[in-house]
Design a protein around this ligand. Sequence first.
Ligand code: KIV
Ligand code: ZN
Length: 513
Amino acid sequence: MDRIIVFDTTLRDGEQSPGASMNAAEKLRLAVKLEKLGVDAIEAGFPAASPGDFEAVKMVASKIQKSEVVALARASKEDIDSAWGAIREAAHPRIHTFIATSDIHLEHKLKMTRDEVVKAAVEAVRYAKSLTDNVEFSAEDGSRSDRDFLCRIFEAVIEAGATTVNLPDTVGYAMPDEFGELVDYIRTHTPNLDKAVVSVHCHNDLGLATANTFAGLRAGARQVEVTINGIGERAGNTSLEEVVMGLYTRRDHLGLTSNIDTREIYPTSRLVSMVTGIVVQPNKAVVGANAFAHEAGIHQDGVLKHRMTYEIMEPETVGLASNRLVLGKHSGRHAFKKKLAELGYELEEADLNRVFERFKELADKRKEILDEDIEVLIAEEVLRVPDKYKLDYLNVVSGTMAVPTATVKLEIDGRITQGAGFGVGPIDATFNTIAKLTETRSKLVRFTINAISGGTDAQGEVTVRLQENGLVALGKGADPDIFTASAKAYVNGLNRLEYLKKNPSLALGERGL
Ligand code: KIV
Ligand code: ZN
């Protein structure tokens, strides 16, 4: 079987999803997880975009040993210098340079002729090649570019040293048969194409990213550019889990394989969702909450008689263990540690102690603790930043006859302060009071609430996104009481904003290509 190169761009194109920006520590944590998942290449960021992104890519490059670490650069010397500066220490560095090739981009965006674009691409690749052997070139908006021009530019960049040529469907416009034919045309009309790996990079504007990626593979592409949970610019990128499980489940049909450890797919999906605050839709293929749930009586009956009647993949294959260890208040430290290992976490002793203590508190309130509950505790206790603000007490009055009122007691740098305030609803009252006590002026740009499990005793998981003077921070909180969960999330967001103010180099900022 041919092995497909899995190039993960969750930390670069995925991070361009509205609201997904990550700080350097979060990128590093995800990169470690992606390496464990077995991706061949991790595109860690776009170093020229901001000093924060440069630092984040550098941190990833110094940590990752097995996967290639890729930095994106426009076709300019400055961008390439910045990319190389960030990844030069990597065990396996790759520079990824790109320029648009469609007439619409040339005329309206670049204001360059085709000859000028070829010249810029060749110079960029040649320069990148003087720094490292491993150079990728992308023809941005490739799917809307003239096919003979694509062949011309690919031939020229391969001649200049590109080892991978990537065809993006940047705006998610292509149809699968058309995209497959384009890859085929390029393969058969570019004389030196056998000297490079052909890659495809699809966006999901018409919901066709995975189908287009498979069409590209059928036509001979051997690298796929993907993101976890399909996050990415606008409607997102091709999702890694869909492609990998397609390759695995239909290996009989495709005859292709990948290096991915499929059992790491679900834990990685959870971590990406937790770090970015982007919730996975329940009906999402492979990793959605309902992906393996059988509701209809006929289906349940069939699955009980023989699983394969209605199940084309086994949940265990993607890391959803059916004989999962269920934890409750009698579970000890050993079982807890085992559960963490099952979920893919190896915590340091001090982190483990804190998470275990929180687990015990929760288990006193709830009969059964779900994996998702534990992940939220990890998010709160391990992915946290030093706390300036701590929530000590919250009392909320609300109802049909009451004016929503919140009484809050906070610890600010060790000093206790308390107060009360009103709002249009109980959460508004809570946030207003916290803002007043902390004398902060952040803007709440997103608020989401999610019940971790189905029952009324579920933990509410709240994510807030706060913005202040160009800095953006995500705050998370979970509690069986949704007002407390909201207050915790808000306080967590304020702590993260404080942290970013003190460490501006970690703030990646808002941006896009
Ligand atoms: O979608 C796109 O064209 C890109 C390139 C930079 C590869 O993300
Ligand atoms: Zn893209």
